[in-house]
Design a protein around this ligand. Structure first.
Ligand SMILES: NC(=O)c1ccc[n+]([C@@H]2O[C@H](COP(=O)([O-])OP(=O)(O)OC[C@H]3O[C@@H](n4cnc5c(N)ncnc54)[C@H](OP(=O)(O)O)[C@@H]3O)[C@@H](O)[C@H]2O)c1
Length: 283
């Protein structure tokens, strides 16, 4: 990867720009519109939102405000947990399109797997939900479909019960939490892994080992985290509403982390999962 508009190839031949712009916790309205427009002006071509972020309206506005052709952009949104099941998923997708003000999205993801903690028949629910995504794919209003927060156990069941291998699995991934089992399974099955919370939702930026490495490269700690993800062959989704940080996070293509430093970052054990565990979430 040499630039932010370079792409990974998904398993269905669709190209996906190699850094996505995260929008979780970005307030709807002007903040979402301005930050998305600023990201696009600074070279990002991939925007990640979700129905539950309640900012699809502002994200759509930012996309239009940027003036960049829709076809040059890659937009992801996600199905929220309350809308699982075949019919509800079809309706939720329509609602997301309407709120975004778009006539298609590039990637539609199941946000979280239904789990055993809540549903005896969780595998059946996940398969039915995913079959609605397959139907939407067939309609041409989405270019690729996938999942988020799916562990190996969820993926194995999904692959058994559905027809189209997910193009993407979006999971928590950052220094100190690299979910090797899930990543290896995805690589073996040609599912691209996207890294959410690549900066540990900001918490990793205080990590002393990362700060020390960043100084050696004359880069920021955030840039080291994002570059680390890219060098692992995973697609990072850094979020910011601050223009200077949006710019900084895009400048990760003029240096390489050495193999030795990659190992040090891989072995950072004093950070771990920050988000929820997919088998434990009660929602
Ligand atoms: N699928 C899922 O379940 C899921 C879960 C979590 C996240 N995600 C996706 O992944 C994206 C990223 O994850 P995330 O939002 O958890 O957090 P993140 O990108 O790891 O970190 C974002 C935080 O770091 C700050 N920040 C960003 N760049 C910085 C820089 N250069 N210097 C200092 N601080 C910086 C941001 O502050 P400001 O914004 O104030 O600048 C914000 O507080 C989300 O936005 C979302 O799109 C998906």
């Amino acid at each position: 990867m040499n630039s932010i508009s370079d792409t990974f190839l998904l398993n269905n031949g669709v190209e996906i720009p190699c850094v996505g712009f995260g929008t979780w916790q970005t307030p709807d309205g002007e903040v979402a519109a301005n930050s998305v427009a600023a990201a696009i002006e600074n070279g990002y071509r991939h925007i990640d939102t979700a129905a539950v972020y309640k900012n699809e309206k502002g994200v759509g506005e930012g996309i239009r405000r940027s003036g960049v052709d829709r076809e040059s952009l890659f937009v992801t949104t996600k199905l929220w947990n309350s809308e699982r099941g075949y019919d509800k998923t079809l309706k939720a997708f329509e609602s997301s399109l309407l709120t975004l003000g778009l006539d298609y999205v590039d990637l539609y993801l199941i946000h979280w797997p239904a789990n055993l903690k809540q549903f005896q028949n969780c595998d059946e629910i996940n398969a039915k939900t995913y079959k609605a995504l397959e139907k939407i794919l067939e309609s041409g209003r989405v270019k690729a479909i996938g999942v988020s927060n799916f562990l190996v156990s969820h993926l194995e069941k999904l692959l058994q019960n559905t027809n189209i291998v997910p193009a993407v699995n979006q999971i928590e991934f950052h220094p100190g939490y690299t979910q090797e089992d899930t990543v290896n399974f995805c690589k073996e099955n040609n599912i691209l892994v996207e890294a959410y919370s690549p900066l540990g939702t900001g918490q990793l930026l205080k990590n002393k080992k990362l700060i020390k490495i960043a100084k050696r490269y004359n880069k920021s700690t955030a840039q080291i985290c994002i570059r680390f993800v890219l060098q692992k062959g995973v697609l990072p989704l850094p979020k910011s509403v601050t223009v200077s940080r949006i710019k900084e996070n895009a400048k990760v293509f003029d240096f390489n982390i050495s193999d030795e430093d990659m190992k040090i970052i891989e072995n950072i054990k004093d950070t771990s999962r920050i988000g929820s565990h997919p088998d434990e979430v009660p929602w």
